[in-house]
Design a protein around this ligand. Structure first.
Ligand code: PEP
Length: 243
């Protein structure tokens, strides 16, 4: 079983999100084989979840607040997403880290908030181009993974990782499958040190219908997190069918 997750970011408005969700539900791709989930905007999430009702497609939040309730204007908690019907939440996406200045500590608090609420956090990690130039990929990933998982109590919940090199996101220049394969193996060993168990690790960064098989065919790559190519029916359906 592989995971195919679609992060719609801030690409689709309410109506476009509902139309795409309805169209996905009507497609006859093999939803039994893999776990498919979409991550709509917060505004569209509830309506999208209603469309997905009865289908095997799950929904997730693109981000959550780290507290469950209170005076936090503009924030939406993991508990609220859970009560609206979400199963997953992206945490620490590079756009949250680098555009909204979220720290590794913020990410950790959000992971804990997801687990408390019963959501499955998909913890995004990845090095920047600058890290890569300075030979600091392992340093960056180690830091992000340690902050995320050291001493974390999962208490029967589930966590996942998405390896998303920042330089590969939206750039049309994905990390090659051999390179991704070895980083995934390394990430799995790192995470096991902290959690004592294997967790799914997805690859994300310029995945499209043409290259998806080169990732999905690898045993160590448990699936893909797709941005741009998940926002169009034709390309997302192709992606799901090819995995
Ligand atoms: C993402 O934003 O998680 C992502 C992988 O984007 P893209 O597929 O567009 O590179």
């Amino acid at each position: 079983m592989k995971y195919v997750f679609g992060n719609w970011k801030m690409y689709l408005d309410f109506e476009e999100s509902v139309i795409l969700a309805q169209a996905l539900v009507e497609e006859s791709f093999n939803k039994e084989k893999n776990e498919v989930a979409i991550f709509p905007s917060t505004l569209a999430a509830r309506e999208v979840i209603m469309c997905l009702n009865g289908s095997r497609i799950a929904a997730g939040a693109q981000d959550v607040a780290w507290v469950s309730k209170g005076a936090y204007t503009g924030a939406v908690s993991a508990h609220m997403f859970k009560s609206a019907g979400c199963k997953y939440a992206l945490v620490g996406h590079s756009e949250r880290r680098y555009v909204f200045n979220e720290s590794d500590d913020d990410v950790r608090k959000k992971i804990e908030a997801c687990l408390d609420a019963g959501l499955i956090p998909v913890v995004c990690v990845g090095e920047t181009q600058e890290d890569l130039n300075e030979n600091k990929r392992e340093y960056r990933l180690k830091k992000q993974l340690m902050k995320a998982f050291e001493g974390l109590q999962i208490n029967g919940g589930k966590v996942m990782v998405a390896y998303e090199p920042v330089w590969a996101i939206g750039s049309g220049k994905p990390c090659g499958p051999d390179e991704a394969d070895s980083v995934h193996g390394w990430i799995k060993l790192e995470v096991k040190q902290y959690l004592g168990q294997d967790i799914p690790v997805l690859y994300g960064g310029s995945v499209n219908p043409e290259n998806v098989v080169s990732y999905a065919a690898r045993d160590v790559i448990d699936g893909v997190l797709v941005g741009g190519a998940s926002t169009k029916l034709e390309s997302f359906v192709k992606l799901i069918n090819y995995v």
